[in-house]
Ligand binder design. Sequence first.
Ligand SMILES: Cc1cc2nc3c(=O)[nH]c(=O)nc-3n(C[C@H](O)[C@H](O)[C@H](O)COP(=O)(O)OP(=O)(O)OC[C@H]3O[C@@H](n4cnc5c(N)ncnc54)[C@H](O)[C@@H]3O)c2cc1C
Length: 398
Amino acid sequence: MKRIAVIGGGAAGFMAAITAKEHEPKANVVILEKGDKTLSKVKISGGGRCNVTNACFNISDLCKNYPRGGGQLKKSFGHFYTKDTIEWFNKRGVELHTEKDNRMFPISNQSQTIIDCLQSEIKKLGIRLSLKSPVSKITIENNDFTLAVNKESLSFDKLIIACGGSPKISGLKWLQELGYVVADPVPSLFTFNMPTESIKELMGVVAPNVSIKTQGSKQKQNGPLLITHWGMSGPAILKISAFEARTLAHLNYQFKVQVNWSDLSEKDCLEKIGEQGNKKISKNPFELPNRLWLFLLKKIDINSESTWNQLGKKNKNRLINVLMNDVYEVSGKTTFKEEFVTCGGVSLSNINMQTMESKLHAGIYFAGEILDIDGVTGGFNFQAAWTTGFLAGKNSAS
Ligand SMILES: Cc1cc2nc3c(=O)[nH]c(=O)nc-3n(C[C@H](O)[C@H](O)[C@H](O)COP(=O)(O)OP(=O)(O)OC[C@H]3O[C@@H](n4cnc5c(N)ncnc54)[C@H](O)[C@@H]3O)c2cc1C
């Protein structure tokens, strides 16, 4: 009887164990979890609602949401992607609903629904769950894997490593010792602190569609921007924190951002200004929240009570500059409580992305956040866990 061990009782580990057992019902499948409970991240995910996946059904578009791993995941998504996740949960009695921004949640809006589903599947299939079982070492001999778990040595034919991200490189040393290339872990998905910027007085204001970049970078991100009492947050900021996670860590989170508040070109801005005639400047034509508009006018000393046709050339230029290239100083970051991930982990150059099998050791498979894969917020991180978990489970069983 084939013995398969899954290291880690998170989303990826459960998906891998269930898929392995379904493909090879005679196999002896065990989940080894170091903690005293499983699926802890699923529980707190999406503010307790669990953003399971995203209603993005085009694989090329889906891949663009992964600052690391997007290109390589294309191969894996060809086997199991967002549509398969929805079907997988549907088949097991969990219906998902889609929100305006394409995020998908269980219709109960409770992460416990996902936990109940995964836990009842492992019970039904007879998968063994061993809690308080930290794996501290893997020894490889011929085609046999021996795991050091507490004071015991346990032997298996196949291994699925799904033990999640590690915030420190020291947590991945045991894999480096086996020869795996590991990308240094740094945080991804965080908000920006701006202790010296007075824009914080507008906390709660949302600019609906900004284009933003860090100074010196060419990469722009678009989307809503939320002003908070500590600085800036919202989808546009979170995307920058993800796509530039490594650069920003290198800068020790001291940098400047450049905001284009309405994502218009200079020509469009000038055209809009030209259309205003003798209307008052306090009425903004750029569809910005009024508090933000008045803040920007004050910042460049333009009297909001004057009219547009009183605006001289110099002030027009200053206005266009503050609308399109408004600079703010960032000093530090704050964790985004709804979702955060680790950038870094086991290099995908060591993995066959069609099967999730290690290229270094036949019979070892990887799944989930332990890999150097991470997505922006929106259900993409769980999707990577479901996809890689499914492939690792299926191929370990075959
Ligand atoms: C607050 C928060 C909210 C989030 N919300 C969302 C969301 O709504 N949507 C989304 O897509 N993503 C979300 N994410 C990201 C998502 O939770 C992770 O990407 C995903 O859980 C990764 O799954 P995993 O199974 O790879 O790792 P994990 O969930 O971290 O599971 C790994 C498991 O392995 C165990 N383990 C570790 N080392 C060992 C060892 N040596 N031996 C045995 N067991 C071990 C751990 O205890 C853990 O239980 C959120 C993350 C956080 C922190």
